[in-house]
Design a protein around this ligand. Sequence first.
Ligand code: MSP
Length: 667
Amino acid sequence: MGKTFYITTPIYYVNARPHIGHAYTTIACDTIARRHRMLGDDTWFLTGTDEHGQKIERAAQAAGKTPQQFTDEISAQFRALWDRMGLTYDDFIRTTSPRHQHGVQALWRKIRDNGYIYKGTYTGQYCVSDELYVDAEPGAPCPDCGRITETVHEENYYFKLSAFQDQLIRLYTEQPDFIRPETRRNEVLSFVRSGLRDLSISRSTFSWGIPVPDDPKHVVYVWLDALANYITALGYGSRDTAKYDKYWPADVHMIGKEIVRFHCVYWPAFLLAAGLPLPRGITAHGWLLFEESKMSKSRGNIARAETIVDVLGTDALRYFLLREVVFGQDGSFSFDALVQRYNSDLANGLGNLASRTLTMIGRYFKGEVPYPSHAAHSAADDVIANAAKKVIADYGQLFDQYQFSRALEMAWGLVAAVDKYIVENEPWSLGEKQDENSRARLATVLYTSAEALRIVTALAHPVIPDATAKIWAQLGLGDIGKFDLKQLQWGQLRLGTKLGEVQAVFPRTDKSAVVRMQKMEEQNGAAGVAPVEPSEARPMPASAASSSVPAKPAAVIPDGKISIDDFAKVELRVAQVKTAERVKGADKLLRLEVDLGSEVRQLVAGIAEAYAPETLIGRKVVIVANLAPRKLRGLESNGMIVAASPEGGKPVLASFLEDVPLGTRLK
Ligand code: MSP
């Protein structure tokens, strides 16, 4: 075994079912882990679920379940999906598991005993969506995600984050690779340089968390709890620390860009306080956008990996995400683009190269790798051999810098070059002739093509494991899992190797696949089972790339009517008014905070002439929950309250005679 390699995904919140945004990070880590295993590294790949905190507690409430029931179900959905997608995680940590809880308490004690925890009182704003203490006025939106914050007044334990400011700055400057890409590093540096304040690390107003050692009225702040997973999963704080001793520090924590601060500031500070080694690096990728904004259940713009796996198999999404999205930047997802990539690069690209090369070896050489001949050698063969050697040299470097799209572009450049080489050398015409020269040339052309195919197959295996394992077996090379990637060189394909059975690995598809996937997603959306996911409803910058969402087939709809699909786009939900007040200088407007069960939102409504604010408190209302946020008199309104609005009369709020749980959808 070579060196060790430890890679982690963030642990996913279990407040909603997984979508391809979550799959993106896990796929990237899986690909990296697979490459390291192929290189002979002793690899450990960790993923899991983040199950504590107020957000999860509220989501469970909204679903009418106990937090444990709820988290058990959703955590199992994540795990089942990763299994179905063939993701090769070595361990799956749940923050509700006893091993994690013990580890977190051990970490707490260590930090406390080292003198970095003290008791104080926190009064300020808390953003439940982000599980983050924020600098904001009461009632003001979260500066990070724009959601309304809640006022918290609690006796808390504090962590002396301020004590680590200089050490952190030194870390980022002396180890510039600690945070990648550089844009994120610069953001973190300027955040830390602007001054760090101590951090409240316990909560006492709810109980869904890990009890603070020796003071169980408090639960550990969810981010301290969650971040610790990276060591508790290895046995930190338990009797068996063999894995911790072997794999920690992690080589890379892979994360989405919105959780950089927690990983690059809080996590190293916690570790420094505990006297533990720091991870070697943290890499942040961008967001997957769908219909122009970050994919999230609350926006209703999600695509699920299950749908794609059902229609196109497990490799298509992996290839698409790593080839199409420049890692580190935001990228767009659409079913149309997915199918286009699948056809051009997989079905018509690698798949076609494999089937035509192997079929011809079957036909002309009885399925045995033929002998290239010096006599029949041509300069074109060298062009391919040299291109392949360059790909071997460069692909790994690009890959190890997480430049997946460039690495794949390069490997597929070789696929295209071999395709051209085959077309120009016309092996099918050579195959018609029986003279010795033609046979020798045919053997050389097919050997060269098969060898280039072998090289692309080996390099692409971590990205598209399923198809490449099949191609490898069809090449007569057995189990690709046993291949040592470090040894990859041009010319290793042994002459006379008996091919396996040749079968197409990427059947071509067409627009109907797009329509099928869209239908499956629509049906899934209509089921509406998942609770809202407030953390992800961040406003996106105007520059965000747009996705090309394919037009739906036009249905015939009588004039003035809308289809059921059109209606389904409007998300009407039951909410309860928590706060109501007049908006200064606007006679008609009220500022409301309404509770949707899983989140509290700010709305601005034109009902001040019909309702005195105090009469609204506690009242259940109907709101349009998926309306794009807009500003009224400088206040952000996240949704619209529904009222009958008689001509010339005052608005009358829609309400219910029976009791309805908060967050229930009207449909
Ligand atoms: N529970 C925290 C992480 C704790 S780690 C100690 C959390 N969970 S999350 O479920 O909201 O998101 C986790 C990660 O999922 C993101 O950091 C990102 O890697 C991935 N993604 C979720 N939605 C995504 C997109 N739409 N696009 C790309 N990645 C996304 O934050």
